[in-house]
Design a protein around this ligand. Sequence first.
Ligand SMILES: Cc1cc2nc3c(=O)[nH]c(=O)nc-3n(C[C@H](O)[C@H](O)[C@H](O)COP(=O)(O)O)c2cc1C
Length: 81
Amino acid sequence: MSNLICYFSATGNSLQTAKDIAGKLPDTELISMTKKHISIAGYERVGFVSPCYGEGLPNIVRRFIEDLSFDCNQNIYYFTG
Ligand SMILES: Cc1cc2nc3c(=O)[nH]c(=O)nc-3n(C[C@H](O)[C@H](O)[C@H](O)COP(=O)(O)O)c2cc1C
């Protein structure tokens, strides 16, 4: 089973963090949260790595997560960073 890390990064800090985490996990894909219509079905672990904006999530990250389908993915381990 493979892993997916979804990242958003404007100046590179979160991208570096996502790469660091990916380096510790086997078989891990990185995708930018600027992409649309992503499926998380079939992954073992799915991570979200993002900067903090205004003491919350950047709008682009919030929209990306809201757009995901979490149906039929009961066994995925989710994490944030
Ligand atoms: C519009 C904006 C809002 C931010 N708001 C916060 C904040 O509320 N708290 C915080 O600790 N850092 C805040 N930051 C700093 C970023 O979270 C920080 O620089 C982060 O490392 C940037 O990640 P990136 O290099 O992946 O883009 C803000 C940065 C920007 C550009």
